[in-house]
Design a binder for this molecule. Structure first.
Ligand SMILES: [Zn+2]
Length: 139
């Protein structure tokens, strides 16, 4: 059973029905989790900020730091997410290999599931192409 107070939704038949708590612009940290579980994430974030200052730069002045190009755009794996530099075919191939690893890992996790992602269900380009094909066939 969940021990999150205010979030537990009991059966409608239960006598003590806890109303769900709605958060607006504040999401308070959980009182049930020890802070130690965030230590590694915080350390890695601090190291990342120190390592790649380019994507931490704010303001109107030109960025004085050189981009380390650690992240790529999700829709174009060959372009840096921060400075938008073309990272070349070797990096693109490596990013595609890593993306495929993630997809394979997800597929293995959901291996026996019949659940498909929204992306798999509805491919707007494919849908439009099929619609056009049907329209031209019936005309
Ligand atoms: Zn970059």
């Amino acid at each position: 059973m969940s021990s999150f107070t205010g979030e537990t939704k009991l059966s409608p038949m239960a006598e003590n029905v806890t109303m769900p708590m709605f958060y607006t612009n504040v999401l308070p940290p959980s009182m049930n989790l020890p802070n130690e579980c965030f230590t590694e994430s915080v350390d890695l974030t601090k190291k990342g900020i120190e390592r790649n200052k380019f994507n931490q730069h704010t303001g109107d002045e030109a960025n004085p730091f050189t981009c380390k190009c650690e992240r790529v755009k999700s829709y174009n794996l060959g372009i840096c997410a921060d400075c938008e530099a073309d990272l070349g075919p070797i990096r693109l191939a490596e990013e595609q290999r890593r993306a495929q690893d993630v997809k394979d890992e997800d597929a293995a996790f959901f291996g026996n599931s019949t659940t498909t992602t929204t992306e798999e269900k509805v491919d707007p380009v494919k849908e439009r192409r099929e619609k056009r094909k049907r329209a031209t066939q019936s005309a």
